[in-house]
Ligand binder design. Structure first.
Ligand code: FES
Length: 239
């Protein structure tokens, strides 16, 4: 299955104390320190270099630990086990309500929206076309009750803002430049270059498990031949 590794945000360097900054860049604090301790500028610079090397080393080690830590703990970057299935009631698209827990749920640990669609969801496709498109879009059919599950990455595919689910227009809307996505993450309008990205979701164990180690970013703008859901009337007035 095509997928690409999540790009980690660059880690901010550890802030330096005002003293360290002055020692490295010169200035009043440095002069005062030299005078008070009676040491040479060269000695002080050597210490500063040592401090900087230490900070860089700590950042490198810390970054490495952050990279592997989620794999150990099951946090973001690895497989995240969320709540039992019955904590995510399914709903038809027109009844999605994030405030009252119907059909769509935000899970910060997985940086995802969990979408649970009713077994009677009115898909526009059917038969093999539907099965293939659901597979391609990482939408899982629950073998027990016939409902549908999806984990949508919270990051807007335009420029990376966190988008929200808007119960008032039953759809996802990005606050930055207005990209608009259907309840199943498919693109509706705006500058986003594709539909929302997803994570692999597994519901076979009785709990929702989201694999956040890889983001699936291959769902393009839907066309009339591969669109999964029609746009709700209420979505058309989402501003
Ligand atoms: S970042 Fe979401 S529309 Fe621009």
């Amino acid at each position: 299955m095509p997928a690409k590794k999540v790009n980690e945000m660059a880690k901010e360097p550890t802030p330096r104390t005002p003293q360290e900054y002055e020692i490295l860049s010169g200035g009043g604090a440095e002069s005062a320190e030299l005078s008070r301790q009676g040491i040479s500028r060269r000695q002080l610079l050597r210490r500063a270099v040592g401090i900087t090397a230490g900070l860089v080393g700590l950042e490198a080690v810390g970054g490495g630990l952050i990279f592997i830590y989620p794999q150990i703990t099951g946090g973001f970057g690895g497989k995240v086990t969320l709540k039992k299935l019955d904590q995510y009631p399914a709903a038809l698209p027109q009844n999605f309500d994030i405030e009252n827990g119907k059909g769509v749920f935000y899970e910060g640990e997985a940086k995802s929206y969990i979408v649970h669609l009713d077994p009677n969801t009115p898909w526009l496709l059917s038969g093999t076309d539907l099965t293939n498109t659901l597979d391609y879009e990482y939408i899982v059919k629950d073998a027990k009750d016939g409902s549908y599950w999806l984990a949508i990455y919270q990051r807007c595919v335009h420029l990376g803002c966190k988008f929200a689910f808007r119960t008032d227009c039953r759809s996802f809307k990005c606050p930055c430049h207005g990209s608009h996505y259907n309840v199943d993450g498919e693109y509706l309008s705006g500058p986003a270059p594709r539909s929302n990205d997803r994570f692999k979701i597994d519901v076979s164990s009785g709990s929702v498990i989201v694999d956040t180690s890889k983001v699936y970013d291959k769902v393009q703008h839907p066309s009339d031949t591969n669109r999964l859901l029609s746009e709700l009337t209420i979505q058309k007035i989402c501003d």
